[in-house]
Design a protein around this ligand. Structure first.
Ligand SMILES: Cc1cc2nc3c(=O)[nH]c(=O)nc-3n(C[C@H](O)[C@H](O)[C@H](O)COP(=O)(O)O)c2cc1C
Ligand SMILES: CCCCCCC(=O)C(=O)O
Length: 402
């Protein structure tokens, strides 16, 4: 009954679906709360896989600060503004999205679920949420594209030492219908990750997350080995070619020449880097500290967002990730000027717990929460939202209305 009422928003529809199922004695298949979902994921995953997913770098201060930065900001809702019809849609690089949401690139999903990126791709396609596929995926660029049909997808590039290999990845992504390239800048060295070190666990060393490399003709030619017959030597070449810490801004021009796809740079936190990215032709930047997995002690992603937005202005798109867990987080990042946000660990908890359906549930719940949070803030669309909707308080309860 509720499904067919065109006046009901996605948020209200989702609530009623859940409440009506409850009347028939059916509880939600998966936890609604992301924290509870993470606890369930911990129960079903091997300790080293859960540690890899949930963990961060060093003392995990930056990982925690990503969440604290959201808690420090509070929404000041406006009243009597006719929010009966709401539009949560946004436009990002020419794509119209139903909500300001994309899936962050997350590698090695085979450690979480046997269907890995294919399950995520199907869920993303069903919900119309663009997926950003990691270079370090467990399924290839082509396999994931085939699972998505015409659904929107971007490719994340770990910028390898070899320009020829980079060009090969970009050619494959273009041919497989990926519409933009997100170049991750913050992972040119693997950080000190204490949980993984304690488990003596690096998935790549066990043959996970290397599908795009080992299937690549340039990689195989440069490695000079058949990865199936000589996995040890193939891994050695992978470790050598994965990144190049000597890269500088001067290298970016060559990368741009290697593709006709728009390029976004991920891992930008300083306004000067954001300015430079745009000056050098980037179509966008992703404000991100890699979910606190790289430089422990780095600024919280949300704290870096306003400076980057001010530096970029309307010259390029500013995307955001780091700590998005619910609708209010999306609203706060959007109020600070993000064009859209990337969802990270939560969809992987859904994958671990419930495969494709687990990811679908996470996305449907978050989209519903976004719709309701937007309305309850007194906005009918994200165009009505701005910094004036937020207050910041160091000591929580003393937030003052501007
Ligand atoms: C297990 C794991 C693997 C990741 N792999 C990649 C990757 O391959 N490429 C990339 O650019 N970022 C990667 N990231 C970082 C995410 O894209 C994103 O920046 C981060 O998850 C956001 O933080 P959050 O999950 O706390 O919201 C990874 C994150 C996790 C948790
Ligand atoms: C050699 C470092 C690979 C890291 C790739 C996956 C990733 O980004 C992560 O955070 O983990």
């Amino acid at each position: 009954m509720t499904e067919s009422n065109p006046l009901l928003s996605p948020g209200i529809k989702r609530q009623f679906q859940i409440y009506e199922a409850g009347l028939q004695g059916r509880a939600p298949a998966h936890p609604i709360s992301v924290d509870e979902l993470a606890r369930r994921a911990e129960e079903v995953l091997a300790p080293e896989a859960f540690g890899y997913l949930a963990g961060g770098a060093g003392a995990e201060e930056t990982m925690r600060s990503n969440r604290e930065a959201f808690r420090r900001r509070r929404i000041v809702p406006r009243m009597l503004r006719d929010v009966s019809r709401r539009d949560t849609g946004v436009e990002v690089l020419g794509m119209r999205l139903p909500a300001p949401l994309m899936l962050a690139p997350i590698g090695v999903q085979s450690i979480l679920h046997e269907q890995a990126e294919l399950a995520v791709a199907r869920a993303a396609a069903a919900l119309g949420v663009p997926m950003i596929l990691s270079t370090a995926s467990s399924r290839t660029i082509e396999e994931v594209a085939a699972a998505m049909g015409d659904a929107p997808r971007w490719f994340q590039l770990y910028w390898p030492r070899s320009d020829e290999l980079a060009a090969s990845f970009l050619r494959r992504a273009e041919a497989a219908g990926y519409r933009a390239v997100v170049v991750t800048l913050d992972t040119y060295l693997l950080s000190w990750r204490e949980r993984d070190l304690q488990h003596a666990y690096l998935p790549f060393l066990r043959g996970e997350g290397v599908a795009n490399y080992y299937s690549d003709p340039v990689f195989r030619a440069e490695a000079g080995v058949d990865p199936v017959r000589e996995p040890g030597r193939a891994f050695e070449h992978f470790a050598h070619v994965f990144s190049d810490p000597s890269r500088t801004w001067a290298d970016l021009a060559r990368l741009r020449e290697a593709t006709r796809l728009p390029i976004l740079l991920k891992g930008v936190l300083h306004p000067d880097d954001a300015r430079r990215a745009v000056d050098q032709g980037a179509a966008g930047v992703v404000v991100s500290n890699h979910g606190g997995r790289q430089l422990d002690g780095a600024v919280a992603a949300l704290d870096a967002l306003p400076g980057v937005v001010d530096a970029v202005g309307d010259r390029a798109a500013v995307l955001f990730d780091g700590g998005i867990r619910r609708g209010a987080d999306v609203l706060k990042a959007m109020a600070l000027g993000a064009r859209c946000v990337l969802l990270g660990r939560p969809y992987c908890y859904g994958l671990a717990v419930g495969g494709e359906q687990g990811v679908r549930d996470v996305l449907a719940n978050l989209e519903a929460d976004i719709d309701l949070t937007l309305g309850l803030s007194g906005c009918a669309s994200f165009a009505e939202l701005g910094r004036g909707h937020l207050v910041e308080s160091r000591s929580d309860p003393s937030a003052t209305v501007p």
